[in-house]
Design a protein. Sequence first.
Length: 248
Amino acid sequence: MSRDVTPADSPAAFVTTRWTQVLSARGDSPEAHAALSDLCTAYYAPVLAFIRRSSKDEDAARDLTQGFFARLLARHGLDTVEPGRARFRSYLLGAVKNFLASDHERACADKRGGGLPTVSLDSATDTTTALPIPDPAGQASDEFFDREWARAIVSRALDGLAAHFAADGKGEEFDALKPWLLGELESLSQADTARRLGLSEGAVKVAIHRVRKRFRETVKAEIAQTVGDPAQVQEELRYLVDVLSKAD
């Protein structure tokens, strides 16, 4: 996915965000399909982590994750999503939970020799290959998924900032300032960073303030790509910060 996104505070940002593009076309255009594919690529990691936590088997988890996204991209299934309220995070979590439940039912039917058809993501007209997973009641929690989602948002924002700094020839500066974005400051000081960069402590303090502000804007821009209403960005940001604050 391109990192050159419009700041989330701009009303125009929601004209072309990927999730609103998918919702407005309900997956019926090549552009909407490409937008959904970009979102799935961007947020593959939270789904894999959720499935891995549920299946306990690395190979099975990866196979299930690939199968889930292949199914999601091959179907439209967005007709019941409310454009003004939808979050891609919530839609994806619901879809993967349904997928795992369907696969579990199919696996149980195969063990009984019943050969019952599995329930698809959005209808009862499709089947999927059964893979060994435990009872869906033992799935990872919604909060676990949301925490992995928040981490993916942060990771994408950091990657985006790193790319911008590198393009400006300031990759070393970003590496030096990055700990102040992640709270990894046990053995660091602004004086040490100033010496490393050949700057004054005052200049480093200003640089930290600026990179934090830009990081927050980048996070909000990433979030804006995954919600259906500009009013949801700040709410989603607060929620994801809260989820991360409760991480083990």
